[in-house]
Design a protein around this ligand. Structure first.
Ligand code: GDP
Ligand code: MN
Length: 394
């Protein structure tokens, strides 16, 4: 789950990290003039809150001053003026795609004088199942570009033991810090790891982490991604979800414990299990078509899930045919077959469907499908099923 910068900063504040004072606004700037008396400046920084990076270098659809989604303002009276122009506007960045994203929320912060900018992130390295710190003195800019052009400028440090967070001493030289700044960086890292663990984060990215003109570190930007699989432990964090930032279909699927990701192809997929869903998408590609979606019905697929799945697939005008690939383990294929047949009738689903059953009661499931006299074919072999559904799409 993604959070907004201001939400991430509010959470990180509880871990005693060096952050600047700020105030968030959701669709409404009524109190902005009054609030500004609490924020020291100049400068002040008006920051668009959207779930995408590259805001600073982005541009607004309704352009007003040729500046981006993060603006540093010296004149106090200009702060509400700029804020009003940003709120409700569409911000287009490298990460939003050409359509951009509507700015419904703003964060207005005290500014600071930047001496140096660093990149810092904590994330899980899945290759060796360890927490990893990535840090670079080339901060502020797109880290993917640094990785490509100056990979030697990115330092990675692994933490096999989370109870002992220390940074190698040679980092002090590599990052050109003095010893007290290095100590400060170690302390910040310890606090961030504490936050990472206690929030069940999957990523914390601070870009930039800056040294201000007093030589102290400040977290100027914060991106925090929470591990969805651990959200049940944090009902208070789940409330922070901004559903206006989510794809409505993906959101609806997740509300029903299904995983849906919209893709650009023509073949709808309905599968139980994520690995099987990946394999199903692969085989569709192998026979020359593209999947229209990833859809994992979950381990307890039933008629209600099938109806939801068909409804979601139906909203995508690109879909020409549907492949349902079910492995019957705990769930029985005949039950699923009945569910599929009833679901098709109930919502009057019209597109051609190929079903492939394997596992528990697969033969009974196949019989139910074949006797249904609907526009649906049962094929046991995945290769044949994939070939068929590709042909139907063409
Ligand atoms: P992003 O572009 O979405 O990553 O948004 P950031 O929060 O990183 O802001 C973009 C850039 O604005 C930063 O890299 C900084 O260089 C600059 N910036 C943000 N806050 C301040 C500030 O308080 N003072 C100054 N001088 N620059 C800032
Ligand atoms: Mn940033």
């Amino acid at each position: 789950m993604n959070l907004h910068e201001y939400q991430a900063k509010e959470l990180l504040q509880q871990f005693d990290l060096p952050l600047l004072k700020g105030k968030a606004y959701i669709n409404n700037l009524d109190t902005i003039e009054k609030d500004l008396s609490d924020l020291s400046g100049p400068p002040w920084v008006v920051k668009s809150q959207i779930h995408a990076g590259g805001r600073g270098a982005g541009h607004f659809k309704k352009s007003f001053n040729n500046k981006g989604g993060v603006q540093i303002i010296q004149e106090k009276t200009q702060v509400p003026v700029i804020a009003k122009l940003m709120l409700g506007n569409i911000l287009i960045t490298k990460q939003t795609g050409a359509d951009g994203k509507k700015v419904n929320r703003l964060f207005i912060e005290e500014g600071c004088k930047i001496e140096r900018e660093f990149y810092l992130s904590f994330l899980i390295d899945r290759n060796n199942s360890q927490l990893m710190l990535m840090i670079s003195s080339a901060g502020g800019m797109n880290i993917e570009d640094v990785a490509k052009d100056n990979p030697e400028k990115i330092h990675t440090i692994y933490f096999p033991d989370l109870t002992e967070i220390n940074l190698p001493k040679n980092l002090e030289k590599q990052l050109e810090l003095n010893s007290s700044q290095f100590e400060e960086l170690v302390l910040i890292s310890k606090k961030l790891v504490r936050a990472f663990k206690s929030l069940d984060a999957s990523t914390i990215e601070i870009n930039p982490l800056v040294l201000n003109n007093q030589g102290n570190f400040v977290l100027l930007d914060a991106k925090l991604i929470l591990d969805d699989n651990a959200l049940f432990r944090h009902p208070e964090l789940e409330k922070l979800k901004d559903i206006t930032e989510e794809n409505p279909l993906e959101h609806e699927a997740s509300q029903n414990n299904m995983n849906y990701v919209k893709l650009d192809g023509s073949i709808g997929c309905m599968v139980n299990g994520a690995g099987l869903a990946m394999a199903t998408m692969d085989i569709i590609k192998q026979f020359g078509e593209e999947p229209a979606n990833f859809l994992d019905l979950g381990g307890t697929a039933n008629k209600e899930r099938a109806i939801k799945g068909f409804k979601i697939i139906q909203t995508d005008p690109n879909v020409q045919s549907v492949l349902i690939n079910i492995f019957g383990g705990i769930i029985h294929c005949d039950m699923i077959a009945n569910g599929i047949v009833e679901a098709i009738k109930e919502i009057n689903f019209r597109l051609p469907i190929v079903v492939r059953f394997q596992g528990t009661n697969a033969a009974q499931g196949r019989d139910i499908i074949n006797q249904s006299s609907l526009n649906i074919t049962s094929i046991d072999d995945l290769t044949e099923a994939a070939k068929k559904v590709v042909k139907l799409a063409q």
